[in-house]
Ligand binder design. Structure first.
Ligand code: SME
Length: 150
């Protein structure tokens, strides 16, 4: 099963219409994205809860680390730089945090609110090496900006 981003974006837009609570939105996006593609083995949000600190938010998959400083990991890099992190091989990424030893590749996207403030990151991990493409990053970035940039 490979994700159909047009269908996914429509489903998420319909489910979240009129909702502004960030946890409700994160939970819904996580569920819909996670079940849309077999490549996605861990899917979830880390939220900015204090300066330079990410804390676990809604997720699906095995347990995730509770706290990640901006200085660490792929999630920290996305939060620090404000740029998408497309990591084909986690072993080659300096400082990668291995919450699950089965993870081989990752895509982490920064998430901004309607004022442009960073509210967290959206992390998708795959047990398949080199699982993600720029197309995944672009389509998911568009969905995140539609949902959280309202
Ligand atoms: N992907 C992460 C760690 C979080 S988990 O794998 C759920 C990272 O290195 O930032």
């Amino acid at each position: 099963m490979t994700v159909d981003y047009i269908h996914l974006a429509k489903t998420i837009a319909a489910l979240t219409e009129g909702e502004s609570d960030q946890v409700a939105l994160m939970a819904t996006v996580t569920c819909e994205v996670h079940h849309s593609d077999d490549r996605f083995d861990w899917t979830g949000f880390y939220r900015v809860t204090a300066p330079e600190v990410l804390k676990i938010g809604p997720y699906q998959g095995g347990h995730g680390c509770l706290k990640i400083p901006f200085s660490r990991g792929v999630c920290g890099a996305a939060a620090r730089t404000g740029e998408a992190q497309l990591v084909a091989d986690v072993d080659a990424f300096e400082g990668h945090i291995a919450c699950a030893s089965s993870t081989r590749s990752e895509l982490v996207l920064p998430v901004h609110d309607g004022f442009g403030a960073l509210i967290g990151v959206f992390d998708i991990d795959s047990n398949v090496p080199d699982a993600f493409s720029q197309q995944d990053a672009d389509a998911l970035t568009a969905i995140l900006s539609e949902v959280f940039g309202r």
